[in-house]
Ligand binder design. Sequence first.
Ligand SMILES: [Zn+2]
Length: 249
Amino acid sequence: MTGPAVERLGRDVFLVTGTDVNWILLREVDDLTLIDGGYPGDLPAVESSVRTLGHRPQDVVATLVTHAHVDHLGAVNAFRARYGTPVHLHPLEVAHARREHLEQLAPRQVVANLWRPRVLPWALRVARAGAGRDVAAPHAEAFPTSGPLDLPGSPVPVWTGGHTSGHTAFHVPGAGAVVSGDSLVTGHALSPTTGPQLIAPWFNHGTDAEMREALDVLATLDADLLLPGHGPAHRGPVRAAVEAVRDGR
Ligand SMILES: [Zn+2]
């Protein structure tokens, strides 16, 4: 099996491309933080990406999740079951991860959008990766929401609710990077363009106004590397990326 694409974007920062979705690895000496975990079917790819760096899955000391949609939470619980890795989200996202409620499109809503360009091949591909499976992280716990987390890379949670209620980006000041999840992406299988953009609105649980407020928050972060949930890494001030989206450029 060939492993997923693992791109090194800083001394200890890696972006991995799974099934139409990314996850991030932050390294500190022998330990790793995993941010997001792809679809359920991406579990072997998550393990492979860790091994590509010369590490063992057991070296991942924690998994952070930007938000509890199936394409970001999919492999997280299985990874925990195998390696005991704790799973942390924003306090507003924990119940969603435990599936006490769901802020995600129902399969019938995807079906209702199959007429749109590019949706059918994407839907078939992600279905094979387990998009229709019920996933939950019953052991998910909240992380503290002020200041850097005591984890490899010292990521700082930045609440960017809108895509889901507890959606969180992670600022990595030491690397000058922002892991933006789905609050700001640079492409998507359903998008005809690449470059900073908002994800298709029918994926958002919240309103367009909430998505724009989340952009305002991202614009305050001092970073020149954007690591989104979908699309390639983007170099340049995150503030400028946000302005380009606001201006519709
Ligand atoms: Zn996503």
